[in-house]
Design a protein around this ligand. Structure first.
Ligand SMILES: [Zn+2]
Length: 467
């Protein structure tokens, strides 16, 4: 079998940085160490570069219907954007049909994912938690699905899940070895505040945030955590946006409860002021939970440092400004929720986190890759530079400076919230299972080259936070 040695780079893992070679054969890492024997292997000189395990994004929405429209990025363009940002595996949300089964959702998403350029796993987002669906939850493990998502928000739609159903799902999931992800916002209060705002004639994008205040997220976060405590179940709180919600996670950790928590780059660099931009521009920043004020930035960075937040996912959910975001011109509740960020996630975190002196390069790797693999059930296969792991490798150039423009992006959406922002640090090359998938601005991975990753949630995961 043919062997390749990536030689002379600095390996950055969740634990340490050190000079070393990586040997790759048949898509897997076979050895890591200083001056590995060549034995006729092809040698790839990567001196001067940082080598990291491929980034994993456990939170994406590709080819997803929402409010009568469908996300701008499908699996072809979405995974092109991903690999251009150093991401080699995503876990996307299969959306249950309101009258359908969970297996049906997985089947439908497997069909959509046929064009994937990188590896992928699938969550199931439960949109209608009936008795039949509850009974189906334990069967997901056999499909390689280790996670379900439940919505406490979106009152008035079947997504909205009452406490008794959420609680029962936590009990069932615990028995089945399935991890429950929650969208934690109080759906009752949001529905009331939205109706009151519209009755007053407050229809602009910024009312999206004003009708979803921080306490609404903090309350639901605490409620989900306490329900999980009673059910004796682990829990993953996705897209934590503010200090108040983070505080509930921190309190759970102080009690010794197993709660994982994710934040997203948009909550670290944007604010309510973006939502309040002139005219209808704010629609580009309508996502849920909403953007907060800048006083939340440092607490979120601190949460990453302390390990109360273990992962950073993009929540990439792209809708074009023209024709899609515009659906809500006269009513902010009709603006499709979400923004693109798959391509920018690591660059934001390196520029503002590592270069900004807020996180170490080890923590950068932990929250983008190693912890992602553990929380999302891919430990032992993804998320580390170690023998036996898939050879998903990012050759990271810490000094590469790029200003985000429509021309240099790889997704399909017609705008980016990051437009005009300058990032320092980005991938020079990306390998997926040993194959060159991206180099110098060009996506080389073909549609359909990505493989499905069967996942299994194992406790305890992910272990103590890496600092
Ligand atoms: Zn999401």
């Amino acid at each position: 079998m043919s062997r390749t040695i990536m030689a002379g780079g600095t390996l950055v893992t969740a634990e340490a940085s050190f000079r070393g070679d990586i040997a790759v054969a048949d898509g897997r890492i076979t050895a890591v160490g200083a001056d590995l024997p060549r034995d006729g292997a092809e040698v790839l000189d990567v001196s001067g570069a940082l080598l990291m395990p491929g980034f994993i994004d456990g939170h994406t929405h590709l080819d997803m219907p929402f409010g009568g429209t469908v996300t701008a990025d499908d699996w072809d363009t979405g995974t092109a954007a991903a690999v251009a940002g150093g991401t080699t595996t995503i876990v996307d949300f299969s959306l249950q049909d309101v009258g359908g089964t969970l297996a049906g959702a997985v089947e439908e998403w497997q069909r959509k994912a046929a064009g994937a350029r990188i590896d992928y796993g699938l969550h199931v987002a439960i949109t209608n938690l009936t008795e039949e669906v509850k009974a189906e939850i334990p069967t997901l493990s056999a499909l390689g699905v280790s996670t379900i998502k439940i919505f406490m928000a979106y009152k008035g739609t079947p997504l909205f899940t009452a406490d008794e159903d959420l609680f029962e799902a936590l009990q069932i999931a615990r028995e089945a070895g399935i991890l429950v992800l929650v969208h934690a916002e109080n759906g009752d209060v949001i529905a009331k505040l939205q109706a009151q705002a519209l009755a007053r004639g407050d229809t602009a994008p910024r009312f999206h945030a004003l009708t979803r205040p921080e306490a609404v997220e903090a309350e639901a976060t605490n409620r989900a955590i306490r329900l999980a405590e009673v059910a004796d179940s682990p829990l993953l709180v996705v897209h934590v946006s503010c200090a108040a919600a983070l505080e509930e996670v921190r309190r759970a950790h102080a009690r010794g409860q197993t709660v994982y928590a994710e934040t997203c780059p948009q909550y670290l660099v944007f604010t309510y002021d973006d939502l309040a931009r002139e005219g209808f521009e704010g629609a580009k920043y309508v996502l849920s939970p909403p953007l907060r004020d800048a006083s939340n930035w440092e607490p979120l960075w601190h949460g990453l440092q302390t390990g109360d937040l273990q992962i950073v996912g993009s929540d990439h959910c792209s809708f074009n400004y023209a024709g899609q975001k515009e659906l809500g011109r006269d009513d902010f509740t009709l603006i499709p929720n979400g923004a693109p960020g798959l391509e920018e996630r690591a660059a934001v975190l390196w520029t503002h986190g590592v270069r900004g002196g807020r996180i170490s390069e080890q923590l950068f790797v932990a929250v983008l890759s190693t912890n992602q693999a553990r929380v999302h059930g891919m430990a032992g296969r993804k998320g580390a530079l170690a023998p036996g792991f898939d050879a998903d490798i990012v050759v990271w150039d810490p000094d590469r400076t790029v200003t985000a423009t429509q021309a240099n992006r790889h997704g399909r959406v017609d705008y980016s919230p990051y437009e005009g922002m300058t990032f320092t640090g980005g991938p020079a090359a990306v390998y997926v299972r040993g194959a060159l998938a991206y180099r110098d601005g060009e996506v080389l991975a073909e549609p359909g080259s990505g493989r499905f990753v069967e996942r299994a949630f194992r406790q305890p995961a992910p272990g103590p936070a890496v600092r």
